[in-house]
Structures are given as structure tokens and as C-alpha cells.
Design a protein around this ligand. Structure first.
Ligand code: SAH
Ligand code: AVI
Length: 328
């Protein structure tokens, strides 16, 4: 990779923790004071939220993770043989569970020097890095704590680099933000680097609906945890039982829209922000999750200055991997 962006990611913990808290106060103030109210999905992922997401990935209704894992297991050998990466960079790495499939394939191919997981969830990322260092003592594990919507610095790495963005996390960013993020990435890629994207595909709306409304209520707990996090970290006093999880699929927008809806009129105090009122039935939008087809992904990567080389859909059409390179 070349021409790396200038801002420093990570930094010394006390400074970045303070800075990210201030950022959180600013984001929450702006989101809860706007009409309609919203909160950024990046605030789902404190330690509890990251654990709940891991639980979601194992739910029978949440097909995304299983579908992507199956694709990786089948296709990663060919991808690694053609891209010949020595470094793996992963955006929104989380627990990096599927990443092991890629690291194993790189090792088998004979070059697996470094793994750079990037995630906004500091504690979870550090735990992931620790675990991976134990499992892959021969690979340099260099975690970067950063919001991928902002510019971030990558450590010195030997190329070629394979950048992966799995789990269809791209879908949690509206089109313009997704293009900006990918364009930023594209500018830092050398001709030999490759980008591998996991994307959830458009399908029977009922199947998508069930994936975001599971029978065990784990997705509801994941959604509500964002309010619990505001109580824990900002000393807010959200009465959690006054809010209800809602997720619906919009076929027009090709996206799941996830909300927390007030069951009754609620007044909440957030000391650094002030009082926020919710009328009965008023909602906070917490997440969008876009679903794609080949043309939509080709357009997205194209707009970002990348060129799609290979489109790899699952046989049942549930999920796809797309391999792209820089178009310059
Ligand atoms: N890649 C994993 C995890 C997906 S969950 C998988 O495929 O299963 C989404 C991950 O993206 C979480 O770990 C979350 O902390 C991270 N994330 C969400 N928004 C982010 C942002 N703006 N910047 C960096 N990481 C982000
Ligand atoms: C991380 N991301 C791709 C998940 C999704 O499916 O949009 C987050 C999630 N939200 C509800 N369930 C899972």
C-alpha cells in the first residue's frame, strides 16, 4: 500500500479514550437532538455489544456469517493464490473469527507476515489481538483502533496487501459514506494490492426480516444495549424497558432499518447533554443494513475508484464476495 493517510490511529490510551468520549458526547447530542432521532451503529460495539453481535452470528436466523464463512472456505485458496498477499488488513475486524480461514490460506501459500485488524471497539480488538498472537505466533499482529470513516494510519507493511471488509458491514454505511470509505482505501492501495468485500444480497424479504427479528431476542438485546451503554458511559438514565426493538426491511430502499421505539412518553437526562424527551411511539434509528446485488456492488466499488475483478455469489444467492483492485 502507498500514500497512507496522515492521521494517527490508536495513540496513547488516555488521550484517545478522552477524545473518543468527547466524540461520543458530540455524536449522541447531535443524533438525539435531530428530528427524527438517530444514533450511530458504531456505538453498538462496546464489550457487551461485541459479545451480543458474536451471539447473533450463531443464531439460526442470521444466515450472513455462515454463508460468508462457507464462501471463504471454498474460495480463499484461489483468491490467495492469485493475490499472493503477505499482509492482511481487516476493516471492522471484531472477533476475527472468519479471518483465521484467510490467515491459514496465506500461511499455506507461503507468505503471512502481518495481520492488521482495524476496529473502533478498543477492548474487544485488544482481546482479539491477544488471542490471535497466541494462535499465530509467527505472524505480526498489529491492531489499529480507529473509526474507519475517518482517515487512519496503517503501520509499515510488506506487500502485496489483501484488505478485507467482511460480514457485510459495508451495508451499515449509507451510499455516500460507503463510497467515501472505499475511496479512501482505494487511494492507499498499490496495483498489486487487492480488496475483498463481503456483501449480503437482496432476497425474500421474510428471510431478511427473520434475521433481524430472531426468536431468542438477541438482536433486540443488541439494539437495546446501545441505550445501556449510554447509561453506563454517559450516566444517562434511559429506562430500558420503556423502549422496544423494531427492525423492518424496506424493499424500496433495499435495507433493514433498525429502531428503538418509545413505548410511552419518556424523559431522559444525559448530564453532559441535557434532557431529551420522547413521545409515545417516537423512535431512534440505530442502524441501516443495506442489501445488494452485483450491479449495486460494482457501482459502489467503481464510484470509489476500485475495479471489481471477480464476483463470487453463494449458490443459493444469499451472500457474495467481491474481489477488487485499485482502478488507477
Ligand atoms: N468482521 C466481523 C465483525 C462484524 S461486526 C464479522 O464479519 O463478523 C462489525 C464490526 O465493525 C464491529 O467489530 C464494530 O466494532 C466495527 N465497526 C463498526 N463501525 C465501525 C467504524 N465506524 N469504524 C471501525 N470499526 C467499526
Ligand atoms: C455488522 N453488521 C453487518 C450487522 C448487520 O447485519 O447489519 C449488524 C447487525 N445488526 C443487527 N444484527 C446484526
Amino acid at each position: 500500500m502507498t500514500d497512507r493517510p496522515a492521521d494517527v490511529a490508536g495513540g496513547t490510551p488516555p488521550y484517545t479514550v478522552r477524545r473518543s468520549r468527547q466524540q461520543m458526547v458530540r455524536d449522541v447530542r447531535r443524533g438525539l437532538m435531530s428530528n427524527p432521532k438517530e444514533l450511530s451503529p458504531k456505538y453498538f460495539y462496546d464489550e457487551r455489544g461485541s459479545e451480543l453481535f458474536e451471539e447473533i452470528t450463531q443464531l439460526p436466523e442470521y444466515y450472513l456469517t455462515r454463508a460468508e464463512r462457507a464462501l471463504l472456505e471454498t474460495l480463499i485458496g484461489d483468491i490467495v493464490r492469485s493475490a499472493k498477499p503477505c499482509t492482511l488488513v481487516e476493516l471492522g475486524a471484531g472477533s476475527a473469527t472468519k479471518t483465521r480461514i484467510i490467515l491459514d490460506a496465506m500461511r499455506a501459500q507461503g507468505c503471512a507476515e502481518s495481520y492488521v485488524p482495524i476496529d473502533v471497539s478498543r477492548d474487544f480488538l485488544e482481546a482479539t489481538a491477544l488471542q490471535l498472537r497466541a494462535e499465530y505466533s509467527d505472524i505480526r499482529i498489529v491492531p489499529v483502533v480507529s473509526d474507519i470513516t475517518e482517515s487512519f494510519t496503517l503501520p509499515e507493511m510488506s506487500g502485496p496487501v489483501l484488505v478485507v471488509f467482511l460480514g457485510s458491514t459495508i451495508g451499515n454505511f449509507p451510499r455516500e459514506a460507503a463510497i467515501r470509505l472505499l475511496a479512501h482505501l482505494a487511494r492507499s492501495m498499490s496495483p498489486a494490492d487487492r480488496f475483498l468485500l463481503g456483501a449480503d444480497l437482496r432476497k425474500d424479504p421474510e428471510v431478511i426480516h427473520r434475521a433481524y427479528n430472531d426468536s431468542r431476542g438477541v438482536t433486540a438485546a443488541f439494539n437495546l444495549n446501545i441505550l445501556e451503554r449510554l447509561n453506563r458511559e454517559l450516566n444517562a438514565d434511559f429506562p430500558i424497558d420503556a423502549f422496544e426493538h423494531q427492525a423492518s426491511y424496506s424493499t424500496g430502499h433495499h435495507r433493514v432499518e433498525m429502531h428503538l421505539v418509545a413505548r410511552r412518553p419518556v424523559r431522559v437526562m444525559i448530564p453532559e447533554i441535557g434532557e431529551i424527551s420522547f413521545s409515545e411511539g417516537e423512535s431512534v434509528r440505530t442502524e441501516l443494513s443495506y442489501k445488494y446485488d452485483r450491479a449495486a456492488i460494482e457501482d459502489l466499488v467503481g464510484q470509489a475508484g476500485l475495479k471489481m475483478e471477480t464476483w463470487m455469489p453463494a449458490e443459493d444467492g444469499s451472500f457474495a464476495l467481491a474481489l477488487a483492485r485499485s482502478d488507477s
